[in-house]
Ligand binder design. Structure first.
Ligand SMILES: [Ca+2]
Length: 487
């Protein structure tokens, strides 16, 4: 060993002077020529070598600096990340040009949020005037089936109001706008991008008309605003994707950290104060389930972490009111979705035991829901497989039998990313097709009862991104909210 080390040292000692000389940093050890002697002609090679060496050194320093920036976060890490985020945009922006991005980020026009809707979505619709509509956008289009009962619909997305890009509308049973919310995270201390660069994803509407929402990692936190869109509290930090309320809306679950990270930290926080009550790390779940290998399917054998290996995007606690329908589970058990793995599983948050899991009945899914008939439904985006449209898939956890309860090809419904769905108290299913700027609703037989297209420029079939939709009866809201806004 010492002989080897000695040999290496002597090689380095011999190479060192050669390199430094060629770089022009060191002279020969022989005495220098007298100034009055004619100087020896310098060969072209001798002139080029120092520059080559300098370039090589520059490359080495740049590579080391780049490595340090990436690993340690030193300058220019943040600048590089900003440029990367600007150029990459959201997963919905593959066709956005550099000019579009600039126009968007200069707040001239929200081109990063343009979505194309199918013409069939406009069937029988008429203009819906949006209060405080930014003049650059068109009226939205909406249709309510006159033959069925309607409640109140709360629709959230890029509404492009004069006083805010993101927000929501509350539509009454007659199709009139009765209230609106303006949602922004631009004011948060940790905010790293203007609202024009963010998506609204992860949102819950509460009976008092307040809203808890998140705009992914760039926005600096989770916010609760009151019915007048004034902040009640802010949970600062990096959060993403979901605001999963428990049954009595006392707490909610969300993910913290990076959606592309190896860890998917599940956080339970107070809905009243935003205080964090509990954290569960993915590694803890793995340790509690040593016989189950469902989190590393995308890892190659050399254990190099692939990009975005898990992508947690939903956590929904089982309400006590539905627990009888799910005899294998307990109230509070968590229905969790990991998009990259096409994985949905049920986690006991106390023991961290995985009680149930299923991979592959859905493709790059979002929004897994408990339903009153003892089934679980999942918004299957179908972004990576061979299916051309999105679907809603229903599975019975006890039998593993699954079916497509709503087929996207019947409605030209396709949302590559994002997207939500809910079974409503009216027995209908409301779907938010984020990638199409479209919310639609069908009855138990699949017949359409409602359509809302967030039209921006009808001549180009362009709408703006939609985030979430609810359809609730009047009684959903507190008496205080009703008397103030719905009289
Ligand atoms: Ca849902």
């Amino acid at each position: 060993m010492s002989e080897q080390r000695g040999r290496s040292s002597s090689i380095l000692l011999r190479l060192g002077p050669v390199f430094l000389k060629s770089a022009g940093c060191m002279t020969d050890s022989v005495p220098s020529r007298s100034p009055d002697l004619p100087s020896k002609p310098v060969s072209p090679r001798s002139r080029v070598l120092p520059w080559l060496a300098f370039g090589y050194l520059l490359c080495l320093v740049s590579a080391a600096w780049g490595f340090a920036a990436g690993k340690l976060g030193v300058f220019p890490h943040d600048l590089i990340m900003e440029i990367r985020a600007f150029a990459k945009g959201s997963a919905l922006e593959k066709n956005t040009s550099l000019v579009d991005k600039l126009v968007n980020d200069l707040q001239i026009e929200p081109r990063r949020l343009f979505r194309n809707y199918p013409e069939s979505a406009l069937h029988d619709t008429s203009d819906l005037q949006i209060p405080k509509r930014n003049p650059r956008r068109s009226a939205a289009r909406m249709w309510l089936n006159p033959d069925v009962e309607h409640g109140f619909r709360a629709l959230f997305g890029a509404m492009d109001f004069e006083d805010g890009l993101w927000g929501g509308l509350l539509i009454d049973p007659d199709g009139k706008v009765r209230h609106r919310w303006v949602l922004s995270t631009d004011h948060l201390p940790g905010n790293r991008a203007p609202d024009e660069r963010k998506l609204l994803y992860g949102l819950a509407l509460l009976p008092d008309g307040s809203v808890i929402f998140n705009q992914q990692e760039f926005c600096g936190g989770v916010v609760r605003v009151d019915a007048d869109s004034r902040p009640i509290w802010v949970l600062e930090g990096s959060y993403h994707h979901t605001v999963g309320l428990d049954e009595d809306a006392a707490t909610f679950w969300t993910f913290s950290g990076s959606q592309e990270g190896e860890d998917q930290i599940m956080v339970n926080a107070s809905a009243e104060t935003g205080e964090i009550l509990r954290e569960i790390h993915r590694a803890e779940i793995e340790r509690a389930n040593p016989d189950l290998q469902i989190f590393d399917l995308q890892n190659p054998p050399d254990n190099v972490t692939p990009h975005d290996p898990l992508h947690g995007n939903d956590i929904e606690p089982l309400p006590a009111a539905l627990a009888e329908q799910f005899p294998s589970f307990r109230p509070g058990d968590l229905l969790v979705s990991y998009r990259t793995l096409n994985l949905v599983f049920v986690l006991d948050p106390q023991s961290l035991k995985i009680k149930w899991w299923r991979i592959g009945c859905w493709d790059r899914q979002h929004d897994a829901d408990w339903e009153p008939d003892g089934s679980v439904t999942v918004f299957s985006n179908n972004a990576a497989g061979i299916r051309a449209f999105s679907d809603i898939v229903r599975i019975r956890p006890d039998t593993m039998q699954f079916e497509r309860v709503l087929r996207g090809d019947s409605y030209e419904f396709f949302s590559k990313v994002n997207g939500r769905h809910q079974l409503t108290p009216f027995g209908t299913r409301i779907i938010t097709s984020s990638s199409q700027g479209w919310v639609f609703e069908v009855d138990a037989h699949g017949q359409p009862v409602f359509s809302f297209v967030n039209v921006y420029a009808p001549e180009d079939s362009q709408a703006l991104h939609m985030a979430e939709a609810y359809h609730v009866p009047l009684e959903f809201f507190t008496p205080a909210f009703r008397s103030r806004y719905l009289q």
